[in-house]
Design a protein around this ligand. Sequence first.
Ligand code: PHE
Length: 466
Amino acid sequence: MMNNNEIINDSVTQNNNEKRKGFTSKIGFVLAASGSAVGLGNLWRFPYLAATYGGGVFVFCYLLLAVTIGFVLLLLELSIGRKTGKGVIGAFETLCTKFKWVGYLCLIVPIIIAPYYSVIGGWVVKYFVSFVVGSEGLVAGSGEVNTAVFFNSFLSNSYEPLIYFVIFALITIVIVAFGVEKGIEKMSKILMPILAILAVGLMIFVLCQQNAFEGVKYFLVPDFSKFSFETVLAAMGQLFYSLSIAMGIMITYGSYMKKEDKITSSAMQICVFDTLFAIIAGLIIIPAVFSFSSSPYTVLAEQGPSLMFIQLPQIFNAIPMGRLIGAIFFLLVFFAALTSSISIVEAIIAALCENGKMSRVKACLIVSGIVVVLGVLSSLGFGVLDFISIGEKNILDIFDFLANNILMPIVAILTCIVASWFIDKNILPNEIGLIKPSSKGYFNIMIRYVAPTCIALILITGLLSL
Ligand code: PHE
């Protein structure tokens, strides 16, 4: 009888024979995976959470968790992908046949997230266009300006958000349809450097404004009185989301990695890039609020959509060259969201192509159908379907809660369990290239005990918040 190790190796040989196309360079892979990690989470969630949970204390916890648990979970997913050379369903099946169902469960996450992420991506496109043309009601100098009224009337309008949603989804799917090398890798190599330049440029601009230093202090200087268990939990939840863990993405991207590239250094670069970007986003948003708003604390308490689509535009209106800065900012958000959206759609496409044995184009058409149906529902949840809600949550919030607070922690825990209890404990460390017994031991303890316990805490708090 073959042992688990042999089954995995056997299946991997078969897979290599099929010559699956992947990333052609390490830099292409790192940029694409970082593109996935850097997204709306960095831009609107990290700065807000840092501001709420004691500034520097939160950032410190986040960094500590990133280099420990975050890094290990990233190694885990990338190594599962590369070892098996398959998308999520095939990956779990190859690891341990009786856990193929975890692959299906994992696939549900991107299927839920991709549509509503495109809806928000559509709002970003709308705002970019509006700043470029100087839309009435949003941009100063165009009659009466009220950013809250502008945003709410845009959302409750039935067809306009749908058009922008379809534009964003279409751009994503067309890029993915071109394949890993010609679509994803090529676009990442173009978009990520532009993203970095725009972000650093905006940060320098904001930091040169009066009073900006107050914001920097608020963001980075630790206020230990605000430290609590919740700070750690919030930092951990944000970390997993930000690294695109438990969405099937890193397993899929790992499966396209070249065998000779080092997983450890790639994962390290992705972590550094993602964290750096989160901090730069904080150094744009928080000092900008302190410079240009008379009530910075109230503004920063407005998390999520309201901060990005109502409060920040107000600030752009108060800034010299605000229209240009606003357009640049939304272009930046658009690129960040696009590279994330590409990765989440790829996770679905890879699984469909392999398990449904279909061509990439056919898989793209099917995914377009799913994205349109669920995306239209999420979008109309702000308009004609606003009567559908659970508690305070509309359709988009329900999808978001289901994916982030329930399914993702469950998938992450199951991934750790399968990888640490049901397969030979040397397989993944060997794939990662961990040679020293101490590093292997550390990796195994983290995925066996530490990570599942921490994730279970996140799951429980999420459920209690219901
Ligand atoms: N890491 C992403 C972010 O910070 C999360 C994400 C990835 C969401 C891919 C959707 C798709 O926004």
